[in-house]
Design a protein. Structure first.
Length: 148
């Protein structure tokens, strides 16, 4: 059995968090250890759970643009983050990389591109590609999550 890589999902939309959690549950080496719906919760959960990877939305009620990436990296410099966004424009990817993100994937990315970005980030490699629009991750399974 492969070692589990721990993942924290940060997004203010519960249906997207659920779909992403279900998608990740299909990967035998990934374990979603928590969910947060805003930056405040994300900072708390990163501190408590020390996930190996944080998948975070670009815009949340208490953090806009690269603020979440910058703040998580300021508090937890060792954190690996992949930004998930609905914005496919290159400038967003560039700003997130400058803020410290390991990668940037458009939310509508096809499954394989998200898998590749996760594997690259966990392996310490560059994974900052803006993925082409495709299908949203959808699967089955449930993991614990913060109340939002």
């Amino acid at each position: 059995m492969p070692a589990l890589n721990t993942v924290l999902i940060v997004d203010d939309h519960a249906p997207f968090r659920s779909a992403l959690r279900d998608f990740l549950s299909q990967e035998s080496d990934l374990s979603v250890v928590g969910e947060a719906c805003n930056l405040r919760e994300a900072l708390l959960l990163v501190g408590v759970m020390s996930p190996q990877l944080v998948l975070t939305d670009l815009s949340m009620p208490d953090a806009r643009g690269t603020e979440a990436v910058s703040e998580i990296k300021r508090c937890y410099p060792e954190a690996k983050l992949i930004v998930l966004s609905s914005h496919a424009e290159h400038e967003y990817k560039h700003r997130c990389r400058e803020a410290g993100a390991s990668g940037y994937v458009v939310k509508d990315a096809i499954h394989e591109e998200l898998r590749e970005a996760i594997r690259a980030a966990l392996g310490g490699r560059d994974c900052a590609q803006a993925a082409a629009p495709g299908s949203r991750p959808v699967a089955s399974g449930r993991q614990p999550r913060a109340e939002c």
